[in-house]
Design a protein around this ligand. Structure first.
Ligand SMILES: Cc1cc2nc3c(=O)[nH]c(=O)nc-3n(C[C@H](O)[C@H](O)[C@H](O)COP(=O)(O)O)c2cc1C
Length: 119
C-alpha cells in the first residue's frame, strides 16, 4: 500500500508522513504515483469540495484507490471533511477517516489499524 497525499498547506502531508513512519510505507504526493494499491489522503476545499487536483487524480486512478482519508477543519461545521464523503459517494471508495487538520494520535491509530487489516 502506498500513501498518496494531496495537500495545500501541509496538514494532510504531515498526517501521511506520520503514518508512513509508523508503518514503514512510502508517502508521496499524487504527482509521484506510479501504480499499485493506494490509500488516498486529501483535504476539503471551497465549501465542502474535493480539490480539483484530487478529482483529476481520481478520474484516472480511482480503481487503484482502496480507501480515502479526508482532512478538514471543525470550523466548517456541516461541511467538515465533506470531501471524504463526496469521494466515497461519487467513486465508491471506502471512507477510512475524516480528520481535523493534521489529525490526532487516535486518527493515526485508527488509520493504521485499517491499513494493517487490508493485508
Ligand atoms: C478556502 C478554504 C476552504 C476550506 N473549506 C473547508 C470545508 O469546506 N470543510 C472543511 O472541513 N475544511 C475546509 N477547509 C480547511 C482545510 O480542509 C483544512 O485546513 C485542511 O487540513 C487543509 O489540508 P492541507 O493542509 O493538507 O492543505 C478549507 C480551507 C480553505 C483554505
Amino acid at each position: 500500500m502506498i500513501l498518496l497525499y494531496d495537500s495545500l498547506t501541509g496538514n494532510t502531508r504531515r498526517f501521511a508522513e506520520q503514518l508512513a513512519a509508523r508503518l514503514g510505507l512510502p508517502a508521496e504526493p499524487l504527482a509521484a504515483y506510479a501504480g499499485g494499491d493506494a490509500l488516498l489522503l486529501t483535504y476539503t476545499f471551497g465549501r465542502g469540495e474535493v480539490p480539483a487536483s484530487t478529482r483529476q487524480f481520481l478520474a484516472q486512478f480511482a480503481p487503484q484507490v482502496r480507501g480515502v482519508v479526508a482532512s478538514g477543519s471543525y470550523h466548517w461545521g456541516q461541511n467538515f471533511g465533506r470531501a471524504g464523503r463526496v469521494i466515497a459517494a461519487e467513486w465508491g471508495i471506502p471512507l477510512v477517516a475524516i480528520i481535523n487538520k493534521s489529525g490526532s494520535q487516535a486518527d493515526l491509530e485508527r488509520v493504521q489499524q485499517w491499513i494493517v487489516g487490508q493485508n
